[in-house]
Structure formats: C-alpha cells, structure tokens
Design a protein around this ligand. Structure first.
Ligand code: FMN
Length: 278
C-alpha cells in the first residue's frame, strides 16, 4: 500500500533543477536510505539488482559537473550496476518509486542521464570495471531561484506536455488507435503510464491491446550511440507508474513475457512485456 495519493503525486512531480543550498536533514537522509533498502527486487517484474548511493557533496557541489544545469544541490543519488540484460529497465522501474516517494515528501529530484560529468562523479564512487553508471539524481529542497538552463530544457523538451493516446495506444496492430474510453477500467493505469517522465521527454513507447492483453514496446532510438540505451530506463519508469496504478485500483491481472510476440515486423520496436487482464 502506498502512503500517498498516486495520481496527485504523479501529476505534481516535475524535474527540479534549482535547489536550496543546504544539505538534506538527517531525518530525510534516513528516510531516503530506508527507501533504498526497501527496493524489493525479488517481487519486482524487473528484478535485476543495482546499487544506489546517497552522496553528500557539500561545498564541493559548485564544482561538480552538471554543466550548470543543476543549481544548489548538495546531495545526489548515484546508481551503478553490473552491465547485464534487463538492468536498465529494472533501474527505471524500481528507482522511480524513490522519485515518487521523494515527491510525496516534498523533496525535489531529477533523473540525469546526460547532463552530468560521469568521470567527476565516478571519482566519488567505487565504480568497478564491469559496471555501468547510467544515472545521477540530485535530491533536495526545491528553490524558486531562476535557472535559465532549466527554462531552456523545459521549453526544448516541451516538458509540460505528453503525447496523446492516439500516438501511443493501439488495438490489434500499430495502425489502429484504441479509444481510451473503450477500456474504462484501465484508463487510470494507462493515464499514469502516459504521464511518466522520460529522457528529453521523448516518450519512446507504444502499447497494443490485443487478446485481452496490453503489450508494451519501446521505440528504438537510432540516434542513441552511447551504448546505454536510456529509453530502456524510460519504459521501466512508465511501467512502474502502470503497475502502481494497477495495485492502487486492485485490478487483477499479471505481467507476462510472451515469447512468440515479435514486433509486427517493425524493426524500430522492441517488445518489453505484456499485462494479461484476468
Ligand atoms: C531517464 C531520464 C534521463 C534524463 N536525463 C536528463 C538529463 O540528463 N538532464 C536534464 O536536465 N534532464 C533529464 N531528464 C529530465 C527530463 O528532461 C524530464 O523528465 C522531461 O522533460 C519531462 O519533464 P518533467 O520531468 O518535469 O515532467 C531525464 C529524465 C529521464 C526520465
């Protein structure tokens, strides 16, 4: 059971790039560390393990490289993991719960996959040879201070908007949009999915409703050449919203991997998982 109103928190969360220049209180640090300890990999649909470390950088913060995008943050959550299939989706899915808990506790956050200097942060962590270091997430008290880079980012990424359902939700095949009002019971989880944040707000995902299942796909981003495939995180985040919403509404169904599903011969899509309605 969540101890917050999911819809309110998902709708009120937004990326915070300006922070009050003070470290987190001990109470908040303990709270955040308890959320990290509570990540329940064994009962998660994406169960690949990863590490989260809460760093305090104090006065060094100004010199830490976020290309001036982040102002004032003194604490950062840093994620490292063994490089293995499915770990990026797992980070998206399981870490988003920490983001939502933070929002519910008045703590600002923003996923950073691009605008931080990995090597500088790596010096503060113990990143092993075979590990990836995909995400840094400042966490702290939001400031109202003007942040021109934030305003620029939000404008370029159209951060206040999301794709309409007719671009992401289909029935039977990818040519036939599904009217969300025809599946009243699942309107809420699908809406929570749709509102998920994503890297550069790209929302690289599609859903097909077929045979009483929702089949989730991610759109392959051919421009992505850093080898990390950030959109794997994005689909994990969106599925976290979907799963939490299903649980909140006590809907009965289950996540299944359907092996025979290919991508309808569309090379640009990668099948992720299905949700079978019971
Ligand atoms: C996986 C991921 C990576 C992101 N990386 C960055 C980043 O490197 N720099 C940045 O300023 N914002 C980053 N963002 C924030 C997105 O730009 C933001 O979530 C999106 O524009 C929607 O805005 P909102 O979070 O305020 O709803 C990232 C978001 C996600 C989910």
């Amino acid at each position: 059971m969540l101890d917050y109103d999911l819809e309110k928190i998902i709708k009120s969360r937004k990326s915070i790039r300006s922070y009050i220049e003070k470290p987190l209180s001990k109470k908040d640090k303990d709270l955040i560390n308890s959320w990290i300890d509570e990540i329940d990999f064994d009962n998660s649909i994406f169960n690949k393990k990863f590490n989260v470390k809460l760093l305090e950088v104090g006065i060094d913060a100004k010199n830490l490289g976020t290309y001036g995008v982040i102002k004032g943050a003194q604490n950062f959550l840093c994620i490292t993991a063994k490089k293995e299939e499915g770990v990026m989706e797992s980070i998206g899915f399981n870490f988003e719960k920490i983001i939502l808990n933070s929002t519910a506790n008045d703590l600002g956050t923003v996923w950073l996959a691009g605008t931080f200097k990995r090597e500088q942060f790596k010096n503060l962590l113990d990143v092993k040879e075979d590990e990836i270091f995909p995400i840094v997430c400042p966490i702290g008290y939001a400031s109202e201070k003007r942040n021109l880079k934030n305003n620029f980012f939000r404008k370029i990424a159209k951060s206040d908007k999301r794709k309409d359902f007719n671009e992401i939700l289909f029935k039977e095949d990818f040519n036939t949009p599904l009217d969300i009002n025809k599946i009243e019971e699942y309107k809420f989880p699908l809406e929570m999915f749709r509102l998920a944040p994503s890297s550069a707000n790209r929302q690289l995902w599609k859903i097909i409703y077929k045979d009483n299942c929702f089949h989730f796909y991610r759109i392959i981003n051919s421009k992505n050449n850093d080898g990390l495939e950030i959109e794997r995180l994005d689909i994990g985040i969106a599925l976290c919203h979907f799963d939490l919403a299903i649980k909140e509404k006590n809907l009965s169904g289950e996540f299944v991997k359907i092996d025979f599903i290919k991508t309808n011969n569309d090379k640009n899509l990668k099948y992720i998982i299905s949700y079978k309605i019971k």
